[in-house]
Ligand binder design. Structure first.
Ligand code: 3PG
Length: 395
């Protein structure tokens, strides 16, 4: 971590990988969470006197320059967040970077161009990484959300320079370790979302590692169908019922209880507050109805499960939460998790785009232990995979 560096970094060149892949609209970021997350590392290195050279990607330009995906679009947003001037440097290696570093004083900050403009980034090309490393004395990786990519600036650089985890990366790894690496049992996992097919590896990994696996969202329908329940016209991957059955059997053998809803909120059409809305037992779903949320009894029972647990990891909503009233189960369970966390009986870690939005919608973002803004990286971590960007730091 940054604690392993000397206190005084005067004039040392810090190459710092951050995730500034911000959602932008009309030249402004619609969400600054990622910029805020890396601000402490940038400011600490600057305060300690380093010349801070930020490396980041933006979008997926596939090895070519695109004016709309230049980091020059992002630099103003970053300046606002850290309240300091940032020099935009339109290259990532070579003489332009070298000259710019020469102009920077101790504590100054530069943002290099989108690393993905160069094919060597995604190819993790050794020569490309070496050329970048030539302008740094040490490397800091503060981009957990890009750590599932083995790219030159997320993985390669760590083999070329003395390397450290930034504060955001450190915080993320500590939180994830407390949730799944080395958690206090009993552990509950909530996995929701539309499709089993997108989270098969997550379900398989968790069913071996947690004591309670709560399945919600559209994917619960596939599990219900595997149990012989007629789910009407609900979203359901009928070709995956055997897979769902195998996951339930494996969970059973590993001492993991799978929780599926026994009452559900259904409607004949997917719309806000539809006239056909009703709550029923899962065995009473009519052929022309679809399941859109977990029912109140099941939600209360899930809250009771959380009360017996010490650790919770959450990815994915329980219902179609963006359309009322199908947000009710997700909001209720999020509030229970937040209250238990505030009481000190639960360590709760949540991640993934939909989950972050659902917690914000429930108004509990600040009341859970940790919210990860990582998307793909959070899922791969839940799958139990080693993330190349993290592995390279500890190599
Ligand atoms: C993200 O937005 O999840 C990260 O910045 C990684 O982006 P990517 O999926 O394009 O690699």
């Amino acid at each position: 971590t940054l604690d392993d560096l000397p206190d005084d970094l005067s004039g040392q060149r810090a190459l710092v990988r951050v995730d500034l892949n911000l959602p932008m609209k009309d030249g402004r970021a619609t969400d600054l969470t990622r910029a805020r997350a890396v601000a402490p590392t940038i400011l600490e290195l600057s305060d300690r006197g380093a010349k801070v050279l930020l490396l980041a990607h933006y979008g997926r330009p596939k090895g070519e320059r695109h004016s709309t995906l230049s980091m020059s679009e992002i630099v103003g947003e970053l300046e606002r967040v850290i309240d300091k001037e940032v020099m935009f440097i339109p290259e990532v290696e070579g003489p332009v970077v070298e000259q710019s570093v020469g102009i920077l004083s101790a504590g100054d900050i530069g943002l290099l161009e989108n690393t993905r403009f160069w094919p060597g980034e995604e190819a993790n090309d050794a020569d490309f990484a070496k050329a970048i490393a030539a302008n740094g004395d040490f490397f800091v990786n503060d981009a957990f959300s890009a750590a599932h990519r083995a790219h030159a600036t997320t993985e390669g650089l760590a083999h070329l320079l003395p390397s450290y985890a930034g504060r955001a990366m450190q915080k993320e790894l500590e939180a994830l370790d407390a949730a799944l690496g080395n958690p206090t049992p009993p552990v509950a996992a909530v996995v929701g979302g539309a499709k089993v097919s997108t989270k098969l590896a997550v379900l398989e990994n968790l069913s071996r590692r947690v004591q309670h696996l709560i399945i919600g969202g559209g994917m619960a329908n596939t599990f219900l169908a595997a149990n012989g329940v007629d789910v009407g016209k609900s979203l359901c991957e009928h070709d995956l019922t055997d897979t769902a059955r195998a996951i339930m059997d494996a969970a059973d053998g590993a001492g993991c209880t799978i929780h599926l809803p026994y009452d559900v909120v259904v409607a004949k059409e997917f719309a806000a507050n539809p006239p056909s809305l009703r709550t029923c037992n899962v065995h009473e779903v009519a052929a022309d109805e679809m399941i859109l949320d977990i029912g109140p009894q099941a939600t209360e029972a899930l809250g009771d499960v959380l009360k017996t647990c010490a650790t919770l990891v959450w990815n994915g909503p329980l219902g179609a939460f963006e359309t009322p009233p199908f947000d009710e189960a997700t909001v209720a369970l999020a509030k229970t998790a937040a209250a238990l966390t505030q009481d000190g009986s639960l360590t709760s870690v949540a991640g993934g785009g939909d989950t972050v939005a659902a917690l914000a919608h429930a108004g509990v973002t600040d009341d859970v232990t940790y919210v990860s803004t990582a998307g793909g990286a959070f899922l791969e971590w839940m799958e139990g995979k080693e993330l190349p960007g993290v592995a390279a730091l500890s190599a």
